[in-house]
Design a protein around this ligand. Structure first.
Ligand SMILES: NC(=O)c1ccc[n+]([C@@H]2O[C@H](COP(=O)([O-])OP(=O)(O)OC[C@H]3O[C@@H](n4cnc5c(N)ncnc54)[C@H](O)[C@@H]3O)[C@@H](O)[C@H]2O)c1
Length: 259
């Protein structure tokens, strides 16, 4: 059962331990920063070594414990080890933000299977690997938890050259629903946040020149999203304020997919 907890609307994470994958930059770093601002202790995971420095900077800025770990979510060994270390360091895990992701754009008639497999491996299997390990820890603790996954508008609409990415994000959206159904009995909420284009390394790589100006024109808000706007949606789904929401995919797209 996902228990009712009275809330005031302050979206506090005081006393919570949160794990953020892909936290060395972009949406992940913005989310780690917002979690720290709301009082959580944060474990940041990323393949980049800079994750240690990012964690130290956030810890100093907000005066909470934030630790960085290098971890590749395509490696079961990395995940098993890091989840053990996080649990040992902080004593528990209450929140998992699955933000690490990978994109490689190519038209369907030319794309190499390896390119599709890599996107599946990070965006779908990788998210499942760590969600399973973390959920086992949450189940052991017996106090529920929150899992929030960054999906994409590409998970439910067609975008040119996105076949591999769309396959992986559509799989992730399906996975979220099944995990939400199965883990509600342990008090674990599982949700997604589906952004439009966000101004990050990944967003800039995928959208430049004419496709960028055409896309901005097509989004009713007439701009791309900023990282804090996505982090805010992730924060909401990580709080007790969202206890009655599970299996949902919250679209943050300036209206792009309403047509
Ligand atoms: N930027 C966009 O336009 C956009 C739009 C929709 C969805 N998304 C999704 O948002 C999430 C974050 O993307 P971003 O825009 O911040 O990108 P980003 O490239 O700025 O950050 C992604 C981070 O994930 C890390 N990472 C990649 N593979 C990893 C792995 N195997 N293990 C651990 N860490 C790994 C990278 O090192 C990087 O720090 C992704 O899941 C992406 O698919 C992004």
């Amino acid at each position: 059962m996902i228990a009712y907890k009275a809330v005031k609307g302050d979206f506090s994470l005081q006393g919570k331990v949160a794990v953020v994958t892909g936290g060395a930059g972009g949406i992940g770093e913005a989310t780690a920063r917002m979690y720290a601002y709301k009082g959580a202790q944060v474990a940041i995971l990323d393949t980049k070594d800079t994750v240690l420095k990012v964690a130290a900077t956030i810890a100093e800025e907000y005066g909470v414990e934030v630790i960085g770990w290098t971890c590749d979510i395509t490696s079961m060994d990395d995940i098993t080890l890091v989840v053990k270390q996080i649990t040992k360091t902080f004593g528990r895990i209450d929140i998992l933000a699955n933000i690490a992701g990978y994109v490689d754009l190519e038209r369907a008639e030319h794309i190499d299977m390896k390119c599709i497999e890599q996107q599946m491996n990070v965006n779908a299997y990788g998210v499942f690997r760590i969600s399973q390990q973390v959920a086992r820890q949450m189940i052991l603790q017996g106090e529920g938890g929150k899992i929030v996954c960054v999906t994409s508008q590409a998970g439910f609409i067609a975008i040119d050259k996105h076949v591999g990415y769309t396959m992986s994000k559509a799989a992730l959206i399906g996975m979220i629903k099944v995990l939400a159904l199965e883990w509600a009995e342990y008090g674990i909420n599982v949700n997604g946040v589906a952004p439009t284009v966000v101004r990050t390394y990944m967003g800039d790589r995928a959208w430049s020149g004419k496709v960028k100006t055409d896309m901005i024109e097509a989004i009713p808000a007439h701009r791309f999203a900023e990282v804090d706007e996505i982090a805010a949606a992730i924060l909401f789904l990580s709080c007790d304020e969202a206890n009655m929401i599970t299996g949902e995919n919250l679209v943050v797209d300036g209206g792009f997919t309403i047509k």
